[in-house]
Write a new protein. Structure first.
Length: 155
């Protein structure tokens, strides 16, 4: 993954481009696999639900999972399964970077962003419900293509 293309923006972490290109073309139509590197306090996404199931594996570091309005601490090798329509977000925690692999089905292309007080405390909630990703992420600059940076992945 060190030689792969990454997308990064301060405040939202970095994601390794696996199976998608920058024009949005998907090489893998049924399954998305995306490694994310999050620094403490960086949300992977905004608090949301998806019409398909999604799974997460914490490979290294620590994170906070907010799921259905509840907060749960995660550490290396914790696995989370989110059935369809489960509201969730993961936020980096601890003292260093956290590597999380997100795996999701791609059968339906439907999602929504909901207001949540717990997610809001972590900077990961929208101000008003929406199904528009552009609106949900309007306060963030776009993740830009970048090369791998030392320290993102565990040795």
């Amino acid at each position: 993954m060190r030689d792969a293309v990454w997308r990064h923006v301060d405040g939202r972490g970095a994601v390794c481009v696996v199976g998608d290109d920058f024009e949005g073309e998907r090489q893998f139509e049924q399954l998305g696999v995306n490694p994310f590197v999050l620094r403490p306090g960086e949300p992977m996404a905004m608090y949301h639900w998806e019409a398909d199931q999604e799974d997460f594996l914490v490979v290294s570091g620590e994170a906070v999972l907010i799921i259905e309005g509840e907060e749960r601490q995660l550490r290396a090798w914790d696995f989370v399964h989110c059935p369809p329509n489960t509201k969730h977000v993961i936020v980096g925690a601890g003292t260093g970077p956290c590597l999380v692999i997100a795996i999701g089905a791609r059968e339906h292309d439907s999602l929504g962003f909901t207001v949540d007080e717990v997610a809001k405390r972590h900077g990961a909630s929208v101000e008003e419900e929406t199904n528009d990703g552009g609106q949900a992420y309007a306060r963030f600059p776009s993740r830009e293509p970048t090369a791998y940076r030392d320290g993102w992945l565990p040795e």
